[in-house]
Write a new protein. Sequence first.
Length: 341
Amino acid sequence: MTGVDRLGRPLRSLRVSVTDHCNLRCRYCMPEEHYVWLPRSSILSFEEIVRLVTIFEHCGVAKVRLTGGEPLLRHDLATLVRMLAAGPSLDDLALTTNGLLLADQAAELRRAGLHRVTVSLDTLRPERMQAFARSNRHADVIRGIRVARDAGLGPVKLNSVVIRGFNDDELGDLLDFARTEGCEVRFIEYMDVGGANNWRMEDVVTRREMLERLASRQGEIEPVAGDDPSAPAERFRLADGTRFGIIASTSEPFCRTCDRGRLTADGHFLLCLYAETGLDLLTRLRAGASDDALKQEIQAAWQERRDRGAEERSAVAERGALYSISALRADPRKEMHTRGG
Ligand code: SAM
């Protein structure tokens, strides 16, 4: 076990980015046409990912979420899932996806041992997806959600990033859709990660505003008690029992309970979504470091962790995009799609 970091937080959960590529161009995440991609030769192989995840498990990690970029673009992802699921100690093996390729892969991923999926769904209107993410494949996402649910990858969670003037008039509709489909929606406050999105505070719809708007349409809302305090979403219940979550990373950050590390597709261990740099495990691993040596480096990094990036960002008075485009081009690991959302 790793013990706790400088703020008393254990290492329990790991987000593993399996690719920095994506088949959407969401305006809030990856709006540019072309990016500086991680060199192919530096992308972790499945064997390398499994080896590192196993070491992380020995450091206390019990929850792994595969992400990206778009993880379903990684060729033969089910094989990686099968390899990870064969390990002894994961309580939770989940995947975050935009859903475009999910209908085709859900059953195989389930058979391989994936426990559940979270699907990004920001709008129920195909024309908005076209304008905002440059894709006309809205129907594929909806189909993916249904196929995943029916394949047993539930409860399927839906992630909706709420942005003023784009989809903030759809909160109630997204909640109704989730209820009808037997899913649970989590409304995410727009975050100032990366930089190409030209983030502005005016575009953020805060947790408080979301709750006010939802209460005026849906009636009484009460918090759900007894959830895991380290989970990013705060959960609520409507009078009819419908549950939903809000991830208030921007207006009410929850760094104090953050037990998540991140592994980039090229093997850098990040202690925080906002971390400037990470521990280069790839170079160490390919230079022949033993499992024990890697474990000690991971543990030492975690024990020194003081990161509370979202809280520090919320203390910035004149808050704008985190990085300039030139800074992102010089170091693609600063991009959200590279570090894994
Ligand atoms: N491609 C996958 C997907 O779309 O779910 C996984 C990667 S994506 C980076 C992971 C999550 O990060 C998505 O739910 C996405 O909506 C969220 N995300 C990306 N940029 C964000 C931002 N600026 N603020 C809040 N959430 C963001």
